[in-house]
Write a protein that binds this ligand. Structure first.
Ligand SMILES: Cc1ncc(COP(=O)(O)O)c(C=O)c1O
Length: 387
């Protein structure tokens, strides 16, 4: 079989590979502590499970669902968005439910990029941005994110000839993997930049609802004029511990939302109706549900940040997101450290370079295990580093 160049150049998806390595070690009797994936360990809300089960009883709900989702789901998303961000979306034009936000990233990129276009990707990045760009023949151009600059891209450093060929700018705040957050000023600048240079923006906001203390991540759509250039992707995966349900949504620029809907309906089908009812239930939960859940993550974050800093893995306290981005101990590369740590202790963390060259010198550590497992992992790391 002669496979396409796209497939020949495509590495295995890191987390598929990681799951395999973890399973092998567990089968060999190792007590692996996986701080690798951002896969919420806490349960989905009970009201959501109950709604899913009751909706399953109705035979109408097991037929092909509507391609673009039920009107009631569009309305629930619009109501949630207005409550959360004070932005009014038109349910039928500005919103498209998705089978998780990951597919929305790929479809949105395909809706704006042509072969030969440049796709501007902040580095480190969620790896899907690369595949979404290269699979349609576009060329990624990396915008390094550095600690000194708060992990925000420096738009004025993009060369003019690159800008002239650029069609798309990716953004992701709260950021995976660096845990950085962006403020209003940044979003204002970036919207004006996109308008000036005729760029589309895909703002990936998968971590919108995992926030700590007084911080509340903002939507790019809160910026006047943003809906002329931007689509924003949201997800119930981290928001309501519903990763396995596969519920996300694209919101924002109506032309782009319609384009994604057209492309998607030609490739896959709509969301299973019981899942749509469950999603509506989730979106109607009081904000106290989110706050109580986030208090658990905040406690884990505090233990992990203090523990990393105490063993010489410098890190900052994130204001949002599911990760701590920690500097690797002196003398290691990111990958060497992650491999060494896994072999020696069974603690699995993700090398920063899995998210691009600019991730060198860091590892990403996830908050999706109970506090006592984080403490156990830190203890093992401390002992290994001391030996
Ligand atoms: C930055 C980012 N975007 C998007 C996703 C995809 O989330 P989902 O497809 O579950 O909505 C993830 C998942 O980890 C992510 O980290």
């Amino acid at each position: 079989m002669q496979l396409s160049r796209l497939i020949q150049d495509l590495p295995p998806y890191h987390f598929a590979d990681a799951k395999k390595r973890i399973a092998e070690r567990r089968a060999a009797g190792v007590d692996v502590i996986s701080l690798s994936m951002g896969d919420p360990d806490l349960p989905a809300p009970q009201a959501v499970i109950d709604r899913l089960c009751s909706a399953l009883q109705n035979p109408e709900n097991t037929r092909y669902p509507e391609y673009a989702g039920m009107r009631a789901l569009h309305e629930a998303i619009a109501a949630w968005f207005e409550r959360r961000f004070a932005v009014r979306l038109t349910p039928e034009h500005d919103i498209l439910p998705l089978l998780g936000s990951k597919e929305g990233l790929v479809y949105s990129a395909a809706a704006v990029l042509n072969a030969g276009d440049i796709s501007l990707i902040p580095d480190p990045y969620y790896p899907v941005y690369i595949t979404a760009s290269t699979s349609v023949g576009a060329e990624p151009y990396m915008l390094p994110l550095v600690e000194e600059n708060g992990y925000l891209p420096e738009l004025d450093k993009i060369p003019q000839d690159v800008l002239a060929k650029s069609r798309l700018l990716w953004l992701n705040y709260p950021n995976n993997p660096t845990a950085a957050c962006a403020n209003r000023r940044f979003f204002e600048e970036v919207v004006a930049f996109a308008q000036r240079h005729n760029l589309a923006i895909i703002h990936d906001m998968a971590y919108a609802e995992v926030y700590f203390d007084d911080f509340r991540p903002m939507s790019i759509l809160q910026i006047p004029g943003a809906s002329e250039v931007a689509v924003e992707l949201h997800s119930l995966s981290k928001t309501y511990n519903m990763a396995g349900f596969r519920v996300g949504m694209a919101v924002g620029n109506a032309e782009l939302v319609e384009a994604v809907s057209r492309l998607k309906s030609n490739i896959d089908s709509g969301m299973f109706r019981p899942v749509q009812y469950a999603a509506i239930e989730a979106l109607q939960l009081p904000v106290s549900w989110i706050e109580q859940r986030n208090a658990i993550y905040r406690q884990r974050r505090d233990v992990l940040v203090a523990g990393c800093n105490a063993i010489g893995m410098r890190t900052q306290t994130p204001g949002a997101g599911l990760y701590v981005w920690a500097a690797v101990p002196r003398g290691f590369t990111s990958r060497d450290f992650a491999n060494w740590l896994f072999d020696k202790t069974g603690v699995f963390v993700t090398p920063g370079t899995n998210f691009g060259d600019a991730g060198e010198g860091y590892v990403r550590i996830s908050l999706t295990v109970p506090e006592e497992r984080i403490e156990a992992a830190l203890q093992r790391m401390k002992t290994a580093l001391a030996g």
